[in-house]
Ligand binder design. Structure first.
Ligand code: FAD
Ligand code: NAP
Length: 540
């Protein structure tokens, strides 16, 4: 452990060793700079280290949800499923850590508790829960958008006598539910992936649903050899297509065609084809699906009819059909056998809109209609998304201003990458960036490339600091809000707007202008000598 009075000195401290932190370290080294990565978990992989619940897998085709920076890595890694499972994704990220010799600069089981900017020295002092202090010119927060599980906000949770699990902190050794009565609380993506698996194992599964979600089938399988070969032959072009696309996903194949200008029969056929293809293809069917309520309704009706067709009991089917928000304005889920699970004799759906949870008791879950006795509870209740990890670190910028105070009414950034008043502090996939509305592997590479480019630019010119100006930040926040308002996203009570966490300000946090457009904007800013940023020479 380093002496707090004499902190270990680095050019860059990177917080987090997921997809973002690993690549950031690789890029920093390529600049010839020294770096240290601090990671709370006892392994690398971030999301794929923590989320080990049954059924966890990516919902973007594996070859697209991967790094593109190394053609050799791309060539040698072979995915075994169309949508890779959590163990395979974790193995991939561990392979990346080994292949690029990253581990020697990563500290595991260490949590960053504070990061304070020293204006005179133009350095960040980073403190960890091990009492260590590090000093760095640049601090990169690669802390993840979905890395902090939401606190359990249900009364009585601590009185339950049996085991409880959060999907985002699943035990490494796995959980055997054989013969047990299990409750799953929540019906977001994590629940929708795990429910079919738990139902197969448990004696009885009771699903507590507050808001139903739209889900489309993954049609997961071994990769089609023809697709693999086609991808290999055209990799560079396909990667480029994904990078410049709106969602960072080539196969979604978004069109300029409008749902409302398409005859109903033709529209249905298109939806049917995309449903058969699987995954997010459905939402790429028409350009107006996320902007026009009536257009959106055509897709929502299509999926609602599918739910009614799959679920045999019409009353249960009706409870599973979302009716209060446009499709995909809460993140669209991608499943394997989710709706059909409710045809099983051992599965019960409890609609919390009809019978809200009153309390968790030592023996089960008590709703307004009675108590459901269970042996184990799975909380699939989501995350304190986008700002959670950053607000848990005591980040102080110029004048000792705390980031969480600056963000008290909602996050403010320039390009999602930097914050006025916090020089030399970068955020990967921060609020105000497309991040969670895109294939995050592609979004992360874009961010890290930009940040590395910026650090390289400053280092070459021996500049002391870079900081977003208030004016540029204000304009960007206004733009993010303005673009958000042109879509249907703000209509849903989603984690995109912070509605899942009691007391969190309601702000639409990601940028929905499209990843390709965003990339162009970031590149333009850099090409103009970092327009909207204030640069300080080392001597100033
Ligand atoms: P993370 O992987 O979250 O890594 C951040 C790391 O920072 C974590 O390991 C965390 O422990 C660490 N950290 C945070 N705070 C501190 C601190 N103070 N000190 C030290 N360490 C800290 N995206 C997609 O595009 N497609 C998908 O299909 C998809 N599926 C997902 C499934 C699940 C279950 C979840 C939760 C998310 C999914 N995502 C998906 C989003 C996913 O988070 C990103 O794709 C990507 O893995 C994020 O990488 P990251 O490195 O930015 O963040
Ligand atoms: P989530 O989407 O936020 O879902 C949480 C669920 O828990 C919701 O159904 C929510 O209901 C419910 N809930 C929360 N608090 C509750 C309470 N107090 N009482 C009852 N119900 C409560 O979280 P998630 O499923 O973990 O997914 C988060 C994000 O991670 C996803 O949107 C996605 O981006 C990513 N993810 C991706 C995949 C994938 O397919 N690859 C898998 C998992 C996660 P309300 O809707 O009413 O709030």
């Amino acid at each position: 452990m380093s002496d707090p009075a004499k902190p270990a000195r680095y050019d860059v401290v990177i917080v987090g060793a997921g997809f973002s932190g690993l690549y950031m370290l690789h890029k920093t080294r390529a600049l010839g700079l020294t770096a240290r990565v601090i990671e709370a978990g006892d392994g690398v992989g971030g999301t794929w280290h923590w989320n080990r619940y049954p059924g966890a897998r990516v919902d973007i085709e594996s070859q697209e949800y991967s790094y593109s920076f190394s053609p050799e890595l791309d060539e040698e890694w072979v995915w075994s499923e169309r949508y890779a499972s959590q163990p395979e994704l974790l193995a991939y990220l561990n392979h990346v850590a080994d292949r690029f010799d990253l581990r020697r600069d990563i500290d595991l089981e260490t949590t960053v508790t504070a990061a304070v900017y020293d204006e005179a020295a133009r350095r960040w002092t980073v403190t960890t829960d091990r009492g260590e202090t590090l000093s760095a010119r640049f601090c990169v927060m690669a802390t993840g958008c979905l890395s902090i599980p939401k606190d359990i906000d249900i009364p009585g949770a601590d009185t339950f006598a049996g085991p409880t699990y959060h999907t985002g902190r699943w035990p490494k050794e796995g959980v055997d539910f054989t013969g047990q009565r299990v409750a799953v609380i929540g019906t977001g993506s994590s629940a929708i992936q795990s429910i079919p698996m738990i139902a197969e194992q448990a004696a009885r599964l009771t699903v507590f649903q507050r808001t139903p979600n739209f889900s489309v089938p993954a049609h997961n399988r071994a990769p089609d050899p023809a697709v693999v070969e086609d991808w290999r032959a055209n990799r560079e072009a396909y990667r480029q297509e994904a990078k410049t696309s709106g969602f960072g996903i080539r196969y979604v194949n978004a069109t300029e065609q409008l749902a409302l200008e398409t005859p109903p029969e033709e529209r249905r056929k298109n939806y049917e084809e995309r449903w058969s293809y699987g995954g997010f293809a459905l939402i790429g069917a028409y350009a107006d699906l996320l902007a026009d309520k009536a257009a959106n309704q055509t897709a929502a009706e299509f999926v609602s009819d599918k739910i009614r067709g799959i679920v045999k009991d019409p009353k249960i089917a009706e409870k599973l059909v979302p009716k209060t928000y446009p499709i995909a304005t809460k993140r669209l889920c991608v499943d394997t056998g989710y709706y059909a699970t409710f045809n099983r004799d051992n599965v019960t759906l409890v609609d919390l809109k009809e019978e809200p949870i009153e309390t968790i008791t030592p023996t089960g879950v008590k709703t307004a209609a009675g108590e459901y006795e269970v042996d184990a509870i799975v909380f699939a209740i989501g995350f304190d998304a986008m700002t959670g990890a950053l607000n848990r670190i005591d980040i102080k910028g110029r004048g000792g201003v705390a980031l969480k105070d600056k963000w008290a009414a909602g996050p403010r950034t320039y390009l999602g990458l930097m914050v006025a008043g916090f020089p030399n502090l970068f955020i990967v996939t921060g609020p105000g960036s497309p991040s969670v509305l895109a294939n995050m592997a592609v979004a992360i590479e874009q961010h890290v490339d930009w940040i590395a480019g910026c650090i390289g630019y400053l280092s070459e010119r021996q500049m002391g600091a870079i900081e977003a100006t208030e004016a540029a930040e204000n304009d960007w926040v206004a733009h993010v809000n303005e673009v958000g308002e042109t879509t249907l996203f703000p209509l849903a009570n989603s984690w995109y707007v912070g509605a899942n966490v009691p007391g969190k300000p309601r702000v639409f946090m990601p940028y929905i202008g499209g990843l390709g457009v965003y990339r162009e904007k970031c590149d333009e800013v850099a090409a103009k000598g970092y327009e909207g940023f204030r640069l300080e020479s080392a001597a100033a």
